[in-house]
Design a protein around this ligand. Structure first.
Ligand code: OFO
Length: 173
């Protein structure tokens, strides 16, 4: 069983992951509105991946014999100044998620909960990739000025992002 402190912190992280999924879904709507199908597709895949992140922790809490508590999900923003601004917001959000995971890993270590720390190390590694992927898109968009033909090219490239593969141990997987 998890300590009450860790159970609480993991439940908060489930909420953070669901908010991430919600935020990226809001970005899907924004990109769709601009007819940027590729950007919308990329955000949709990201939203799905965040849903998987939430379920992975959900399943872990259950597996430890503790109680999942779903908290209220904050409403995400609706608009951004430009597609580049949306991707920059995504990068800032991933940096926030990295800080949140690191704080959780610190807590698991303080509590000497090796299994939870082990789970969180998966997220630590995942965050390196998450930040790098968005950073790459931001840099490319900055290079082309984020408009016109260049944006059209990036949009086309983003359309090829594959669907995330189900994570081991995830509910229903
Ligand atoms: Fe993209 O953040 Fe989940 O963990």
């Amino acid at each position: 069983m998890l300590s009450p402190k860790l159970q609480d912190a993991l439940n908060k992280q489930i909420n953070e992951e669901y908010y991430s999924s919600y935020l990226y879904t809001a970005m899907v709507a924004y990109m769709e509105d601009l007819n940027l199908d590729g950007c919308a597709h990329w955000m949709k895949m990201q939203a799905e991946e965040e849903h998987q992140h939430a379920l992975k922790i959900f399943d872990y809490v259950v597996e430890r014999g503790s109680r999942v508590e779903l908290l209220e999900i904050q409403a995400p923003p609706k608009d951004w100044d430009s597609p580049l601004a949306a991707f920059k917001a995504a990068l800032a959000h991933e940096q926030h998620m990295t800080a949140s995971i690191n704080a959780l890993a610190d807590l698991a270590q303080e509590e000497k909960d090796h299994a939870t720390n082990n789970l969180l190390q998966w997220y630590v590694t995942e965050q390196v990739e998450e930040e790098a992927n968005v950073d790459d898109i931001v840099k490319k968009m900055e290079m082309i000025g984020g408009t016109g033909h260049g944006l059209f090219m990036i949009d086309r490239e983003l359309k090829s992002r594959p669907a995330p593969t189900p994570l081991a141990g995830e509910a229903g997987a």
